[in-house]
Design a protein around this ligand. Structure first.
Ligand SMILES: [Cu+2]
Length: 499
């Protein structure tokens, strides 16, 4: 068998070796250094068992997992160890700092005022124009000018008052999904309350005793299909240990919007547009984290009727909870793909131990692209230009339906040639700080229910998030230099129009 010699493998295995020597309380001299391939074979007992987080002073933990050594806990540890796949490896944040701020990319937080001992929010149900992709503005329904609606974020033990104003042309109610609350506050239309008529308001008020990942949504089915949902995050009174450094939320939705329409057909049973927090890839905003951080991603499937097998590249994540609080650690499941069902929320945690730009996406083929189900004609949305579409027609290769010799297959070109993006589109895609320094060609492969996880060493994180005008490809190239095989790296060609 040919030996694996790539520097990347070597790096991972050296990391394990170093971790082993760390555990043994000594450093290997040059003579003692052995072939990493052999060193990777367990001798007696576990390869490396760093001290358990609970027994270790924070300073020591930070020292041990500084820099590259943050890789090690995920590699080569005994499956019974707290460090197996980074299961209980602490991040940088201490519990005293409280929970990490919740971030739902591309969505705002709903402000509140304290009044009569309650956090008072105002939620306005209304029609909303949402730009799924640059230039693709869809007419959906949501709250406070946003689809999904703005995030309600509170702490366990809070009392909340939510004043709902109905600016829709039809009755609505709001259901507080997952909460154990008094029945009159539940928002079930006609079952527990009268509908909130157009132009009218209604006040909900209740105490929150649970912690977890919840959401609010209209309790009219067709309104749900039109997008009427938002996060309702409850941080625990006592911060979970180990605490996470990042806390992200992503709402996955499907819509059926025909090529010449801006309004979803909420009766349809196939879906042509797919959004994460109201945007489609490549317009979804990447999750940018620092190398070594402990990351939680909360994921809600609010599609009308389709489930999403969610897949993260380059990392193993733990399924640490579904909706309520955090599951006991002994029940966490290591996963690469996790199926999230309609109206379910799931929580994923992992150590961002692998620098790079990584896909995070639904694995259903039809969810990994938009509006390709029925490509029936030029788009005639307001402001859209049909010239690009007409130009595309010539670029589509002819379909060869004949069987040819050997194993050559006939049929439609599966590469989907001809889906070109306008200059305006590309400018908007690149206008966001979070995508600085990525390969010039990245937008070509990120569509539909796709977003990205960017794991960056501190200095590169600083460049991306705190400086401007990072050249295309520069950050990725630097990651290749440090962690990859630069000798084999091929730069991305610049795309047309200088993008
Ligand atoms: Cu899906």
């Amino acid at each position: 068998m040919e030996r694996e010699t790539s520097p990347r493998r070597h790096f991972i295995k050296s990391g394990m070796l170093a971790a082993a020597s760390l555990a043994a309380g000594k450093t290997l001299s040059a003579q003692e250094q052995v072939d990493p391939e052999e060193a990777a074979v367990p001798q007696a007992g576990p390869i490396a068992t760093p001290p358990a987080a609970s027994n270790t002073k924070e300073g020591t933990v930070r020292d041990q997992y500084d820099g590259f050594s943050r890789f090690k806990p995920s590699r080569g540890n005994d499956p019974d160890s707290d460090y197996y796949l980074g299961k209980l490896v602490p991040g940088f944040r201490s519990t005293e700092e409280g929970p990490a701020p919740f971030v739902a990319p591309d969505l705002e937080k709903l402000p509140y005022v304290m009044k009569d001992g309650a956090k008072q929010f105002e939620l306005v149900a209304q029609n909303v124009r949402r730009e799924f992709l640059p230039g693709y503005e869809m007419d959906v329904w949501g709250y406070n000018g946003s689809m999904p609606g703005p995030t309600i974020e509170v702490t366990q033990g809070d009392r909340v008052r939510i004043i709902v104003h109905n600016e829709l042309p039809e009755p609505t109610t709001v259901h507080w999904h997952g909460f154990e609350l008094p029945v009159q506050q539940d928002g079930s239309m006609t079952l527990t309350q009268n509908p909130i008529m157009p132009g009218k308001s209604y006040v909900y008020e209740f105490d929150i005793h649970e912690a977890g990942t919840f959401f609010y949504h209209s309790h009219v089915a067709m309104q749900e299909a039109f997008g009427m949902v938002g996060w309702f995050i409850v941080h625990p009174k006592k911060v979970f240990d180990p605490p996470v450094d990042r806390d992200f939320g992503l709402i996955f939705q499907n819509f059926h919007i025909k090529a010449n329409q801006t309004i979803s057909n909420s009766w349809a049973m196939d879906w042509s547009w797919h959004t994460i927090n109201g945007r489609s890839g490549p317009f979804t905003t990447p999750l940018v984290v620092k190398h070594g951080e402990r990351v939680r991603i909360r994921l809600l499937d609010f599609s009308p009727m389709q489930h999403h097998p969610i897949h993260l590249h380059g990392h193993t994540f733990w399924l640490t909870g579904r909706e309520g609080a955090r599951t006991p650690k002994s029940a966490w499941i290591p996963r690469n793909t996790e199926l999230v069902g309609v109206a379910q929320a799931a929580e994923f945690e992992f150590i961002a131990n692998n620098p790079g730009d990584w896909m995070f996406h639904c694995h259903m083929v039809h969810h990994m692209m938009n509006h390709m189900v029925e490509q029936v004609g030029p788009r005639i949305r307001e402001g859209a230009n049909v010239d690009a579409y007409m130009t595309n027609l010539d670029q589509r290769p002819p379909v060869d339906m004949k069987h040819s010799e050997g194993f050559a297959t006939p049929g439609y070109p599966q590469g989907m040639q001809g889906m070109q993006m306008s200059e305006k589109f590309m400018k908007a895609i690149w206008s966001r700080r979070e995508v600085q320094g990525m390969r010039a060609t990245w937008p070509k492969s990120v569509h539909g229910l796709m977003t990205l996880l960017r794991v960056l060493p501190d200095d590169l994180y600083q460049q991306v998030m705190e400086t401007d005008d990072v050249p295309k490809g520069a950050i990725f190239e630097e990651i290749v230099q440090r962690f990859g095989t630069p000798g084999t790296y091929q730069k991305a060609p610049m795309m047309k129009m200088g993008h």
